[in-house]
Design a protein around this ligand. Sequence first.
Ligand code: NAP
Ligand code: ZN
Ligand code: ZN
Length: 347
Amino acid sequence: MLTVPAYAATSATEPLAPTTVERRDVGPHDVLIDIKYCGICHSDIHNVRSEWGPATYPLVPGHEIAGIVTQVGSEVTRHAVGDRVGVGCMVNSCRECVPCLRGEEQYCLKGNTLTYGSIDADGTLTQGGYSTHVVVNDDFVVTIPEGLGLDEAAPLLCAGITTYSPLRRWGAGPDKKVAVIGLGGLGHMAVKIAHAMGAEVTVLSQSLKKMDDGLRLGADHYYATGDPATFEQLAGTFDVILNTVSAKLDLDTFLGLLAVGGTMVNVGAPAEPLSLNVFSLIMQGRVYAGSLIGGIRETQEMLDFCAEHGIGAEVEIIPAEKINEAYERVLASDVRYRFVIDTATLA
Ligand code: NAP
Ligand code: ZN
Ligand code: ZN
């Protein structure tokens, strides 16, 4: 057992604070990772504040982990000491059900083991990447390709795969018009990835404040959803709309922007239920869909795609003591475009 520094939430209302967590001994199929960077995802905030249901405390968040392998178990074949690796939202799954066999471990029928807040095989609670080290089953560890810095790669483990997977599935590419709602952590990755896939990309942000950034990141067009004219101008335009917004939206208004047969995919996960008028879908054969992160194989594919296209996240690196401040800035849509914790500041 290894006792390592971490940052944890102790309740839904208290600020996060320094602590330690225990990491299990490296088993035959495990790797020990020296975490270098961990991204702050809005899901960490939803979880820490028990917005998706009661969390178990103390809770160490963090599922955008990038680091270096420092020890491997006797049966490990995929990684070696010194490898640059990443861990996302999952650290295990049943491996036997239909989704697992298809490589969609995120949809494991027995419920996968999340990087934090899940009961692990040994009965302990998993604890995430706001920490200096983690022990993870080799099959849930991906390789960070050369050419991607570990800091800019960390957010790819959640924000990258969560946007890459639906963009691939719903055919973002040449001759496709893709809109991204919300230019935050997920949104900025969606813009970069959809642009690299060859789509014509439009950002739909609350205001035009971040327009220069949006265009620099690869968007072809940028509109403010605070301006009602946007919805008249763009009615019936898009083949795919990716909704990354962490709060409740008026879905009908946004569904009106889809072309006939177009698809709006919700990856944003607000706590409150969203509602829609079915006529927003029926009259133009539109589709409203959801998507959860991506499987391990697809996560590796996404990392390789990003390395090939020179895509990393735009990060603001912070010391651990700024985590609570960063949470407030994320909540105020004041993130450009992912906070990443330098875990050396935890030691
Ligand atoms: P984020 O960095 O906070 O970005 C969310 C963006 O949504 C903000 O930057 C803002 O963009 C926009 N927004 C926020 N509040 C809004 C409001 N009241 N009305 C309209 N727009 C608003 O968050 P994130 O880390 O990208 O995560 C986004 C959501 O995805 C969260 O709910 C998270 O839990 C969820 N998520 C889901 C998955 C999955 O697998 N499905 C994976 C990861 C995260 P503008 O300033 O440009 O308007
Ligand atoms: Zn996440
Ligand atoms: Zn399964």
